[in-house]
Ligand binder design. Structure first.
Ligand code: PSV
Ligand code: MN
Length: 437
């Protein structure tokens, strides 16, 4: 395993980014000034919006920097990360270029460190921190005693449930050493046949298991539970929707919250309304951002339904604006990159998330409220569209520049030759565990 700085391999130098930015700055300043004038006419201060975009951040998933795959295959890319250190190095590069992804979310045991202290040192050296820990009881591991084939936290056999509980506690223990502050639990438990699972008893077992995990949660930690309609169980899943998630989180305790993965609903679901409900009930954990056309496609955020993403952020900014007590959502990306360079996809997705946030900041909330109160449906939509249709690229680019990142991150990434260099440094290894598959 690499031993701090000297072994991080090639890194894009700050002077390279500065030089790239220098070439793009004049045009950016012109566009920013022009947009600033437009927004001023609408009563919005571009500097205020830019500062808020600068402060916004989203975590990246360690498993997102490797090529994903489908049930049918995986087509690995050049220079894929082969261990947690190389994943951190790629995540740090994304942060260096976007200035908006300062933390990485680890998945255990995929990223289980041999020595957490060494991992922290490495993370500090490349300039990245740790976000929520993720447990994995949806696969069997080599050294594992009991199988999760028929469930984990909800298994009919107490010994299997105990094994899954112990694994989650281990994730908390590892996370404590990394200064993480949350555990995300997603289980694949469910049934493929009508009659296979007793719905009520399985949900009771789930909540009992969650409570055992919750007992080990440090006082400043939160427990995130992630619902999902289907897959890999195709008939029924235990935590199938936000309502069940709300019930389970409430039954578990005040530090347990409901995480919304955008791909975990039936097509056409009004996700922004789910988000609003969870905010109202003080149980929104945060997000796994991605996009989908048909199901849990794990496509790049904003690539299919950018207006939906904007409407989700509109609810979030509304909660910020109204200072809803206890409102503190955790933002994370959860995608599978099958045909692109994962670093490029994560950079582009970060930009789409910032865009939706920034556009939501432009919503004239007083005007919207007036439309709602006077039942002016058409103007209510037009008020939202005025914000959504604004090209906020100059604000996002300026926020990046002022955060010391790249004005045009994908262009700088490509020009730096990072991927080619990693291709030489990281010859493919047998059994490399990047991506999801
Ligand atoms: C399940 O589909 C999920 O969204 C969960 O967050 C997992 O931890 C993640 O994908 C990675 O497989
Ligand atoms: Mn997810």
């Amino acid at each position: 395993m690499p031993k701090v700085l000297t072994e991080t391999g090639f890194r894009i130098s700050p002077s390279f980014v500065e030089e790239e930015n220098r070439k793009a700055l004049k045009v950016l300043e012109g566009d920013f000034r022009h947009l600033g004038e437009q927004l001023a006419r609408r009563g919005t201060d571009i500097e205020d919006v830019t500062r808020r975009v600068q402060r916004f951040s989203v975590a990246v998933p360690s498993w997102g920097v490797g090529t994903g795959g489908t049930r049918f295959g995986r087509f690995p890319g050049e220079g894929e990360p082969r261990n947690v250190y190389e994943k951190l190095a790629d995540c740090a590069t994304i942060h260096q270029l976007t200035g908006a992804t300062p933390r990485v979310s680890l998945h255990i045991p995929w990223d289980k460190p041999d020595d957490p202290k060494e991992l922290i040192e490495f993370a500090q050296a490349v300039g990245i921190g740790f976000d929520a820990m993720n447990s994995n009881t949806f696969q069997d591991q080599k050294e594992q005693k009991l199988s999760y084939k028929f469930g984990s936290l909800t298994h009919t056999d107490l010994a299997v449930r105990q094994q899954a509980i112990d694994h989650n506690i281990e994730c908390i223990e590892i996370g404590k050493t990394l200064n993480s502050k949350a555990l995300t639990v997603w289980i694949a438990d469910g049934g493929n046949f009508p009659g296979q699972v007793h719905f009520r008893r399985a949900l009771e077992r789930y909540i009992e298991s969650l409570k055992r995990i919750y007992d080990h949660l440090p006082s400043d930690w939160r427990l995130f539970i992630e619902h999902k309609l289907y897959e890999p169980a195709f008939y029924s899943t235990i935590l199938n929707d936000w309502g069940t998630s709300y019930y389970a989180a409430t039954a578990t305790g005040p530090k347990c919250f409901c995480l919304v993965d955008l791909g975990h609903h039936p097509p056409n679901t009004n996700i922004e309304m789910i988000v609003s409900r969870l905010i109202q009930f003080r149980k929104l954990a945060g997000f796994h951002f991605n996009d989908s056309k048909y199901g849990d496609d794990d496509l790049d955020t904003g690539s299919i339904k950018p207006f939906q993403l904007f409407l989700v952020f509109n609810e979030l900014v509304d909660a910020e604006y109204e200072k809803v007590p206890g409102y503190d959502p955790a933002y994370m990306i959860d995608q599978s990159h099958n045909v692109t360079d994962p670093i490029e996809s994560l950079i582009a997705s970060t930009e789409e998330i910032q865009r939706a946030y920034c556009q939501s900041l432009l919503v004239d909330r007083r005007a919207l409220n007036a439309c709602q109160e006077s039942n002016d449906a058409l103007m209510a939509l037009k008020t939202l569209k005025a914000a959504y249709n604004t090209d906020v690229n100059p604000i996002i680019a300026m926020a990046r520049y002022r955060n010391g990142a790249a004005v045009d991150p994908i262009s700088s990434y490509r020009t730096s030759g990072y991927r080619k260099k990693k291709g030489k440094e990281r010859p493919a290894m047998e059994g490399s565990k990047s991506g999801i598959v």
